[in-house]
Design a protein around this ligand. Structure first.
Ligand SMILES: Nc1ncnc2c1ncn2[C@@H]1O[C@H](COP(=O)(O)OP(=O)(O)O)[C@@H](O)[C@H]1O
Ligand SMILES: [Mg+2]
Length: 504
């Protein structure tokens, strides 16, 4: 007899429906799985056979053929076990086949019949919703995660026997606990930062417009400290963004057990490999750029990162997504993050103070290291100098709560202006959008013209200045960029100690 079970494969971060066809026919006992599965899918045979016979069922002594359709889709990981086992049980009339057609099942099996947790349950539940199926059964440990999606029935299962009981109608799917929204835990506040009125305000501009930023300054002045306080001022994730972020974490095996509400902040070490950063590997997993999607990618001590690793950031930065090629398969991962980087102005860290001991050649090499693909995409260059002794004694210039309010209002203006364009903040505006949406008053127009004519700006620099100026206007609740906003935006490009664009 032929039976069908439904499950989902994860392609990049997208769920793709997979139909598991199981045919049980008289003949010499055999068990084969076809349909472009990787090794762990082929090994499912042993797990499924063991799980069935150790759960009080009979593994059919016949020819059992399993086909995972569509055949063109590459399937990896052990999440197909449960669907294969249910298909075998239905094809050998041990559970009703009709019940299996209404539900999707997802999970790894142990030889003893236990259902083990596996990655991506949230994506599977989203797939179930899109496919219009009645519900889904996932491993018990993942039911809270799958229940984030409004699927009619979400059930957690601890073992194959209880999945069979649900299919026979003997038991209701176990719904588990209610969905929890995770609250931010990090308590670090912008008020901890002393002095740095300029850099703090610039960081607020960066957060308000989603602009990429480079913090440059001597060691120990608070660059890392500033960057780490970004999550406390960024606007909360929208519901759709929260779902996407939670899904990505689930696929990467970083289970949260609830909906993630704060923007991701990823700070990969400079030893991270290209595939760790970009994604890929033998079992395709999202890299840091994807884990930072809708949040911040922080590259601390930028010049420590190998050049080829930085080069690999070009595509994710430009396109907002990255294609990882593995054999004949391409996995696409989303990568819309805000890049924040920090650097010393020179190898010893004290340029341009007199204490700097670097040679001309050192400085040149350092500048070259920093130039290139990344700097092209950086909107704001911030010089972080040494705070004065008085400043260190005084309280911080602003609290995260105050900054967050201003930023949230500025974002709302942007969302309204950018509605329908695909961009959600000024930092994501391309050339065409800048031209269409950034309005200057006549004073600002004249100033921009003069600055450009003087050669103080490149064409690309001009566009960046306009994006940032628009954000400054948004923070001031203004619709047009005036002379003041423009001047401040130009300042935020040029006050870095090593304006690396020129140094390169
Ligand atoms: N402006 C500042 N306000 C308060 N503390 C500071 C400041 N700058 C540095 N510090 C202190 O020095 C430590 C090191 O700062 P850090 O951010 O790591 O510097 P950097 O990354 O620039 O080398 C911080 O953890 C903090 O305790
Ligand atoms: Mg640091």
């Amino acid at each position: 007899m032929l039976a069908h079970a439904t499950t989902f494969a994860i392609d990049g971060v997208e769920p793709r429906r997979v139909t598991v066809e199981v045919d049980v026919k008289p003949g010499l006992p055999a068990f084969s799985i076809v349909g472009l599965g990787d090794r762990s899918v082929r090994e499912a045979r042993e797990r499924v056979r063991g799980a069935i016979s150790n759960s009080g069922f009979e593994f059919p002594q016949m020819r059992v053929t399993v086909n995972l359709a569509p055949a063109y889709l590459r399937k990896h990981g052990p999440g197909f076990d449960l669907a294969i086992a249910c298909g075998v049980l239905a094809a050998s009339r041990q559970v009703p086949a009709a019940a299996l057609e209404r539900l999707a099942v997802f999970g790894e099996l142990g030889l003893d019949g236990k259902v083990r947790p596996c990655n991506g349950a949230l994506a599977v539940a989203e797939g179930v919703l899109r496919a219009g199926l009645e519900g889904v059964i996932v491993p018990w440990e993942r039911v809270a995660e799958a229940a984030i999606v409004d699927v009619i029935t979400v059930g957690g299962a601890g073992d194959l026997a209880s999945v069979a009981a649900v299919l026979r109608g003997d038991a209701a799917p176990d719904r588990g606990a209610d969905v929890v929204a995770l609250e931010p835990q990090d308590a670090s506040d912008l008020a901890d930062v002393r002095g740095h009125a300029g850099p703090v305000e610039a960081l607020i501009v960066a957060a308000a417009g989603g602009h990429n930023v480079l913090l440059s300054g001597p060691p120990g002045t608070g660059k890392t400290m500033l960057a780490r306080r970004l999550p406390s001022i960024l606007p909360p994730l929208t519901p759709a963004e929260a779902l996407e972020v939670t899904r990505i974490r689930s696929i990467a095996g970083m289970h949260s057990g609830g909906l993630v509400r704060t923007r991701p902040f990823r700070s990969p070490h400079h030893n991270t490999s290209t595939s760790g950063l970009i994604g890929g590997g033998s079992l395709p997993t999202p890299g840091e750029v994807t884990l930072a999607h809708h949040g911040v990618l922080f590259l601390d001590e930028l010049s420590e990162f190998p050049r080829n690793v930085l080069e690999a950031l070009r595509q994710p930065l430009e396109d907002g997504r990255v294609a990882v090629v593995r054999g004949q398969h391409i996995a696409v991962y989303p990568t819309r993050f805000m890049l924040v980087a920090s650097t010393n102005p020179c190898p010893c860290g004290f340029h341009p103070e007199r204490r700097c001991r670097c040679s001309e050649a050192d400085l040149l090499r350092h500048g070259r290291r920093l130039s290139g693909p990344l700097l092209d995409r950086i909107d704001l260059l911030l010089a972080v100098g040494r705070p004065s002794a008085d400043e260190l004694r005084a309280p911080g210039v602003t609290s995260s709560a105050q900054a967050r309010d201003r930023i949230a209002q500025a974002r709302e203006r942007q969302l309204a202006r950018l509605d329908g364009t695909g961009a959600t903040c000024n930092g994501h505006m391309d050339t065409a959008l800048v031209r269409r949406l950034v309005r200057l008053d006549s004073d600002a127009e004249r100033l921009l013209h003069a600055t450009y004519e003087r050669g103080a700006l490149s064409a690309r620099g001009r566009e960046r200045v306009l994006r940032v100026a628009m954000t400054i206007a948004d923070l001031d609740a203004r619709d047009t960029v005036g002379k003041q906003e423009l001047l401040r935006a130009i300042g935020l490009r040029q006050d870095a100690t090593t304006a690396p664009e020129e140094a390169a």
